[in-house]
Every structure is written in structure tokens, then in C-alpha cells.
Design a protein around this ligand. Structure first.
Ligand code: BGC
Ligand code: BGC
Length: 858
């Protein structure tokens, strides 16, 4: 194996600019905030602003805008001011309420869309944008004219809207090492957003993810702050234009947000919304580096982060939100909160949090909490707990940006130049751009015997559950919050990886067979297996280790290798994962990350042209270090004991003739450490260390083999074929009994966050037989005499003999079913009880996002 590139890492030294201009003084003129008592009490949570580089705002205050802002402020009632600093979610607010409460902004969260339909057509977005706009701008009651604006997570293209171009997630864009392309991506995204009448995106994420167990690693361009910092100006300029230019924030441009400030990528264990115990220097020299660059490039909105630093939640941490961001970085826009993030500040709730405003938050993101928050904030102002000066300042900061955007001179959303031009969503130009970016983001990790590039005239088998699955290749934050529940038809302007391969091969005179499970009818010359992580977002994607524990891909690869078929893996993932076994079973291995809706990008690189020439070489080079074990211990370029399998910057080209020797297959963690908190039964087998147990009059039989009978003969478990050999288990209830998933040592699982995230328990099953009066309940247990069980008899009866189905029970239902049930102390995340007569075949049991299709049982 050739020596892997080791890129030396220098902590970026942000140049210190000593500019004591009037501008800067302006930016620093924020009224004094209350000291954060919690922060002062915490050892190590002391920020010394003087340690932070001083930078001036790149945007001078404009006299006309300042006059406008002051004039508005003078006209506004306190009710109008409080409304201006609150942002509500469209799922929880009506246009009339926006009017009644003078709300300054609305957002659509990852799971809210017009009419609560995540896959609704683009016209519905525009229509709703008009409704909000009109409600806010009707001045018939004498109110000042202040349009509302609408923020959305257009984090990889206008990714909440069906038909939009879906770009690769940031981790892949980082691997391109081509910041310039981000400008075009930003512009295309802004254009598509304006088609639907939206003004503002909560992007880009400029986190520096330092622990890949973090569920948001894919939102980060790189573990290297310098790379992230180099990307920020380009993506910002694409979305917003250049500060000082006539079309800055106007015309084709719109408002961006840099998030999440600060230290989101540096929490202990990679825990989302967790605590960072970095030193002040690490915070500055790693996580803040991209913010200096972004503010300089004209970032006008910064989103506060959920995380804390040495115990102090950022949403209430004045030293960062005010002293550093405003005082040192020269930020002169406004700070928006994250989804009820203010509610996590000590002493706060989502509906009451003066401390956040006092610390420097200018706009509360209060999706569903806005109404009570409004009342409480108003009361706090009236009682003097929040000074009018601080309120005025927050309002001014928001109005200033609205003025910079030209919103006061704007017409309603549907009357703007790009509005309603639906042909621009996923148009040819944007798709070509997305394909180019996806192509450049692919990283070739292994290419033994120079198997790639392939000739397009052979017989190609395309296998794996990711092959013809646009939802899987686009990942989280796509149409739905978790990116789950998508099928190919939800992407009218996208194509799967398989579809791209088919086109390339057929054009080159070859043939393609698609087979998800890898069984073929024609012996192939070569097989491309596409597999990887299921989509996820935020904390739902947090993991305690980096072992890739879905072995479907491995099974296929192993079977193909055994038949002497050369194998190419295309691995879809939101982060590097430990896949040594898969690497060993592959002759070539491509880390594709989450390439977006243009699956054709893969074939562009994998296949030669019909004339034999190479069409595109690999450009991607890892922007994250690839681990050689599954422990998940932070592994970042520049570390003292840097021991990656593939180093930061690694990636092969077609000219490289290197052989990757067989790798060790020791994960470095125990089965217990591999605990998968969201997947219990996979392909009919318990996912280690989970056990599938047969419970028969208090006696437990653990299912470890193909056939088992419970202690008193009540239950039988039999491995059965579904798609592949023995990939499901048939459970026969001869007498009443129960089956459960549990841990050997009776360990407990805390599923509170999953329940709050509206996850559901999902079973993939088939009912083979059921007695007419069978009673079946499904639920979770939390120790002896503690369970939430729901009757599912009717649902199962309906599905009897009707093939494979999935049933989803929302986690909240278990608590609703029994007030004693504790979702924080789950001992059996699945328990199924039945009377005699039921014969049930089970394939998978896992937690999945409620896509509006979860029930509470019958
Ligand atoms: C997400 C939102 C999402 C919501 C679902 C939040 O944490 O950020 O976008 O819609 O959870 O409950
Ligand atoms: C996420 C943000 C997102 C917001 C709005 C939050 O849960 O952390 O990244 O912008 O929701 O959807």
C-alpha cells in the first residue's frame, strides 16, 4: 500500500485587524447585557474577548437605511416590536396570526410544508408566501409597513420542495476541494427558492465537525477549519451576492444564515446539542475560523447553536453572542435562534426566555411556542426585565437586514421576477451543476488491479439497496426532515445511480441488470454494489461508534466475490465509517457520501466513453479522515497520534496504480459498545448486542439459531427466506406468549430524544395466519410491571395473507397508552404479545421517522 498523503495541518491564524473605525464602534454599540451568572460560575467557561482577533464589519451602515430603521422604530408599538423578534413555524401559525401578533418572520421546519404535505407542488409554497406577505403588509389599521420574511432549510439546494435540484451534502462538496463551484450552487439554490417566493435560507452550515459520531457530520464541509473557511465566502456570495454590489441580497440573491454558532461540531462524543469542553483557544482556532471568514464575506444572519460550552448554552451566552461575534468579529446583522433553542438556556423554557435576548439573540425561533413566548416577552419588557434599548436594538438589527434586502420596496412574492417560473426548479443548467459537483465529490479509496474505469460494453450487475434509491443518495433534509419516506417518484428532476449506469452502459453497447439483493439471471462481468447509511438528520443520526452495522452490502459483496465476480462498492454515507470488511470484499471502493439527486454522476466517473477514453477522473479527496477502527474517537488531521486508514486529503486517481492489501477486521470495540439504539432486528436476526427473546410463562429463550422453541412450547421461531436466504424470522404462537427484543444484561435505553423527534417503532412483517379472535399487542417495556402496550389485532387481521407490510407506532403512543410507561428507561424496545394462532414473519424492527404514517395501533 502506498504511503497515504498526510497533509500537515496548521491551525489557522486569523489575521488580526486593528481597525478602530466608526463602523466598528457602531457595531459595538450594543447596550450592556447582563452578565451570565452561570458562565461566571463555570470554571473554564470564561471567554476573554481580547484573545479574539478584531475584525471590522465589511458592510458600512447606510444613512438612508438607518433613517428608515429609526423612523419605523419610532412608529412601532411595543407589541409590534416584540412580534418582530419572533419567528413561528408555518405548521403552527396562520397568516392571520402573523398579522395579529405582528410577527417578523416565519419558517418551515424540516417537516413542515404548506398544507402539512412535504411533497406538495411548488405552487402551494408560492401561494402561502403571498398569504403571509399580504397579512403582514396590510396597513389598513395604521400599523407601519413591515413585510414578514420566510426562512427555510435550503441546505443542499431548495431541498424541501419537490422538483428542486438536490445538491450533494456539504461533506461531499468539501471533498471536491473546489470552493469556486459553491458560488454557482448558492446562486442556483437562491434562484430556485425565489421561484417559490421564499426570502431566506438557514444555510450554509459552516460547522467544523471534529467527531464523526455527530449526526450532522455531513452538514460540515470538513474537519479542517481552513477548508471550511475557504468555502464560506463562495457559498455566501452565491446566495447573497457581494457586499457593496447593487444586487447584494437582491435580484437573484437572497439572505443566507451561517450556523450554528459556536462549537456545534466540537461537542463531547459528537453528541448533537451537547457540550463542548474545548479550550477557548480551540474554540477560536478551530470552530470560529469559518465565522471570521463568513462575516467578512457579508454574512448577515448567524444562527445560535444548541450546544453549550463548558455548560453554558450558546443561546444565553453573551460572551460569544455579543462580546465576540459583534465585538470582535464585526458582525452587524442579526442572530436568530435555533428551533426552541432558547428553551435550553438555564432558567428558560421555550415559551419564556428573557436571558437569550439579553445575551444577544435578536430573533427567537419559536416554531410552536411563539404565542406564549410573545405574551411572556411582552410582559418582561413591560416589567422592565428586558430593557427597551435591548428590544429596540434587536428590532433594528432585523429591520436593517430587511431594508438591505429591499423588502420594503418589494412586491408580493408571486409578483417578483423569478416567482412562479416552475421550469427553473431542477432545470437543465442546475442539474448539470449538481451532477458536476456530485462527480467531483466522489472519492476513490481502492482500485486494485486498476479495475476502474470500466468499459461500457460489458454485462454489469447493479445491486444493493442504494442502487435505485434517490432518497438514500440524497440523505437527510430532503423533502422531509429525516429524508426518510422518499421514493424515486418524489424526485421528478432527479435520477438514481442505477439509472445513470444504465444509460452509460447501454450507450456503450453493454447491458445492465438491476438486482437489489445481488442475485442475477445473467452472469455479470462486473458488479457495482450501492449501499450505505439510511437517511437521518440531527440527533437522530448520532452514534456511539463508527462501525457500519448494516451488513446487507457485505452479504452481497461476499456472495459475488465467492463467484469470482469483480466488485465495485459505491458507499453512501454522511460520514466516514469503519468498513474494513466491505473494503476487503471490494476490488474497487468509492466513497460517494450523499451525492444528491443526480445519480448519473457516478457513471460519469466509473465508465469510459464508448471510444475507450476516460470521461472523468476522480477529483474527490477526503475532507475528513477515514478511521481504521470503529471506536469513533475523534480523528482529525493534525492530531498528535494521527492513525487513520485513509488520511485527510487521500483519494486515488486513475493514474494511480496502488494495491490496497487485505485489511484487519478488528473493529476495536466490543459488541456491547456497538449498541445500535435504533435498529433491533435486521434481516430476521437480532442486531448485536440485542437479543430476540421468546417469553413463555416467565421463561426466556434467546433466539440464536435457525430454529428455536420456547421453554414450555408456546412459541416457535424459524429462520425463513424473504428476499435472501433466511432473511426473516417466522414466529408461531402455539399458545399465548410474547417475543421481545432486549439486552442480555437488562440494560436500559433512553429514547426521550427519539420520542421528541417524533420517531416511531417500525416492524416489517407478514401475517401468515391469525385466529379470528387473536389478541395481539405491541409495545415497549421499561422493567417489571412497566410497559406501554397497544392493541394491533385489527391491523394485523387486515393484512393477513396480503404479503409484506410495515407498521409504525409513534413512540409517544406508548406513553399515552400507560401513564407509568417511561420512555427514558426502556428495557425492551419491542415486545409483541399474542394469544394462540398467530403466525408472523418478521424481517426488520427499528426506529423510523413518523412520516405522518405512524399510528397508535388499532
Ligand atoms: C427540526 C425541524 C423539524 C422538527 C420536527 C426540529 O428539530 O430542526 O426542522 O421540523 O424538529 O419536530
Ligand atoms: C436545526 C437547524 C435548522 C432549524 C430549522 C433546527 O432543529 O438545528 O439547523 O435550521 O431547526 O429547521
Amino acid at each position: 500500500m502506498r504511503q497515504l498523503n498526510k497533509v500537515t495541518f496548521r491551525a489557522q491564524q486569523v489575521s488580526v485587524m486593528m481597525l478602530a473605525t466608526a463602523l466598528l464602534l457602531n457595531a459595538c454599540s450594543r447596550p450592556a447585557t447582563e452578565a451570565n451568572p452561570q458562565a461566571a460560575a463555570q470554571q473554564g467557561a470564561i471567554i476573554q474577548p481580547a484573545n479574539w482577533p478584531l475584525q471590522a464589519s465589511p458592510i458600512a451602515r447606510n444613512a438612508a437605511i438607518e433613517a428608515k430603521v429609526s423612523a419605523l422604530l419610532a412608529q412601532m408599538s411595543v407589541e409590534q416590536k416584540v412580534g418582530q423578534i419572533i419567528q413561528a413555524d408555518i405548521a403552527s401559525v396562520t397568516p392571520q396570526q402573523v398579522r395579529d401578533y405582528y410577527l417578523g418572520s416565519v419558517l418551515n421546519g424540516g417537516n413542515s410544508a404548506p398544507g402539512r404535505d412535504n411533497r406538495v407542488g411548488a405552487a402551494a409554497w408560492l401561494e402561502l408566501a403571498d398569504a403571509f406577505w399580504q397579512a403582514s403588509t396590510d396597513t389598513s389599521d395604521g400599523r407601519p409597513y413591515i413585510p414578514v420574511f420566510w426562512g427555510t432549510d435550503a441546505v443542499h439546494g431548495h431541498s424541501n420542495v419537490k422538483g428542486a435540484t438536490i445538491f450533494a451534502h456539504n461533506i461531499g462538496l468539501g471533498a471536491m476541494h473546489e470552493p469556486e463551484l459553491l458560488q454557482a450552487i448558492g446562486r442556483a439554490t437562491a434562484v430556485e427558492m425565489q421561484v417559490t417566493g421564499l426570502d431566506w435560507t438557514f444555510a450554509p452550515t459552516i460547522a467544523v465537525a471534529r467527531d464523526d459520531r455527530w449526526g450532522r457530520t455531513y452538514e460540515s464541509y470538513s474537519e479542517n477549519p481552513e477548508l471550511v473557511a475557504s468555502y464560506a465566502p463562495y457559498i455566501l456570495q452565491g446566495i447573497q451576492g457581494k457586499p457593496g454590489a447593487a444586487d447584494f441580497l437582491r435580484g437573484e440573491h437572497m439572505l443566507a444564515t451561517v450556523k450554528h454558532f459556536l462549537g456545534d461540531g466540537g461537542t463531547v462524543g459528537g453528541k448533537d446539542q451537547g457540550d463542548s469542553i474545548d479550550s477557548e483557544a480551540q474554540l477560536r482556532d478551530i470552530h470560529a475560523v469559518p465565522y471570521y471568514s463568513a462575516v467578512k464575506a457579508g454574512a448577515r444572519v448567524v444562527m445560535a447553536s444548541y450546544n453549550s460550552w463548558h455548560g453554558s448554552k450558546m443561546h444565553g451566552f453573551a460572551p460569544m453572542l455579543t462580546d465576540v461575534l459583534v465585538g470582535r468579529m464585526g458582525f452587524d446583522g442579526f442572530v436568530v435562534g435555533d428551533w426552541n433553542g432558547h428553551g435550553q438556556v438555564a432558567g428558560c423554557t421555550p415559551t419564556d426566555c428573557a436571558a437569550a435576548l439579553l445575551a444577544g439573540l435578536d430573533m427567537y425561533m419559536a416554531p410552536d411556542s411563539w404565542q406564549t413566548l410573545y405574551a411572556n416577552t411582552l410582559a418582561r419588557v413591560k416589567a422592565g426585565r428586558i430593557s427597551m434599548a435591548r428590544l429596540d436594538e434587536a428590532v433594528s438589527r432585523i429591520l436593517r437586514i430587511k431594508a438591505e434586502m429591499g423588502l420594503f420596496e418589494q412586491v408580493k412574492p408571486s409578483a417578483r421576477p423569478l416567482a412562479g417560473r416552475y421550469e427553473l426548479l431542477g432545470n437543465a443548467e442546475h442539474r448539470a451543476l449538481a451532477r458536476e459537483a456530485a462527480r467531483k465529490s466522489l472519492v476513490l479509496l481502492k482500485n486494485n488491479q486498476q479495475l476502474l474505469p470500466l468499459k461500457p460494453n460489458g454485462r454489469v450487475l447493479v445491486a444493493g439497496d442504494g442502487a435505485d434509491n434517490i432518497g438514500k443518495q440524497t440523505g437527510g433534509w430532503t423533502l422531509s426532515w429525516q429524508g426518510s419516506g422518499n421514493s424515486n417518484s418524489d424526485f421528478p428532476n432527479g435520477e438514481s445511480i442505477y439509472s445513470g449506469i444504465k444509460q452509460a452502459v447501454e450507450a456503450g453497447g453493454g447491458s445492465v441488470e438491476l438486482s437489489e439483493n445481488g442475485r442475477f439471471s445473467t452472469q455479470p462481468d462486473v458488479a457495482i454494489v450501492v449501499f450505505g447509511e439510511e437517511p437521518y438528520a440531527e440527533f437522530i443520526g448520532d452514534r456511539s461508534h463508527l462501525a457500519f452495522d448494516d451488513n446487507r452490502g457485505l452479504q452481497i459483496l461476499t456472495a459475488l466475490k465467492a463467484q469470482g465476480i469483480p466488485t465495485i462498492s459505491v458507499f453512501l454515507s454522511g460520514r466516514p465509517l469503519w468498513v474494513n470488511s466491505e473494503l476487503n470484499q471490494s476490488d474497487a471502493f468509492v466513497a460517494a457520501f450523499l451525492p444528491g439527486s443526480e445519480g448519473g454522476a457516478v457513471a460519469d466517473v466509473l465508465f469510459r466513453a464508448a471510444d475507450g477514453s476516460v470521461r472523468h477522473d476522480f477529483q474527490g479527496r477526503l475532507s475528513f479522515s477515514w478511521p481504521d477502527n470503529a471506536t469513533g474517537e475523534p480523528l482529525n488531521v493534525g492530531d498528535a497520534n494521527y492513525n487513520p486508514l485513509f488520511a485527510y486529503g487521500y483519494g486515488l486517481s486513475y493514474s494511480d496504480n496502488t494495491t490496497l492489501a487485505a485489511l484487519h477486521e478488528n473493529a476495536g470495540i466490543s459488541a456491547a459498545e456497538m449498541l445500535n439504539t435504533s435498529r433491533y432486528l435486521y434481516a430476521g436476526k437480532a442486531v448485536t448486542p440485542w437479543q430476540l427473546q421468546l417469553l413463555d410463562e416467565g421463561k426466556v429463550t434467546v433466539v440464536t439459531d435457525a430454529t428455536h422453541t420456547s421453554a414450555n412450547g408456546a412459541l416457535k421461531a424459524q429462520a425463513t427466506d424473504r428476499l435472501q436466504q433466511e432473511d426473516s424470522v417466522t414466529l408461531s404462537f402455539i399458545k399465548p406468549g410474547a417475543v421481545a427484543v432486549s439486552l442480555a444484561d437488562g440494560a436500559v435505553l433512553d429514547l426521550t430524544r427519539q420520542a421528541n423527534g417524533d420517531m416511531a417503532l417500525e416492524l416489517e412483517y407478514q401475517v401468515s395466519a391469525m385466529g379470528a379472535d387473536s389478541a395481539v399487542t405491541l409495545g415497549m417495556q421499561c422493567g417489571d410491571n412497566c410497559a406501554g402496550m397497544l392493541d394491533i389485532s385489527a391491523q394485523l387481521a387486515q393484512m393477513q395473507g396480503k404479503g409484506w407490510h410495515s407498521i409504525k407506532i409513534a413512540l409517544r403512543c406508548f406513553s399515552e397508552a400507560d401513564s407509568n410507561f417511561a420512555i427514558s428507561r426502556v428495557t425492551q424496545p419491542m415486545r409483541l404479545q399474542s394469544s394462540a394462532g398467530l403466525v408472523l414473519q418478521l424481517a426488520n424492527v427499528r426506529l423510523a421517522q413518523n412520516e405522518g404514517n405512524a399510528t397508535c395501533g388499532n
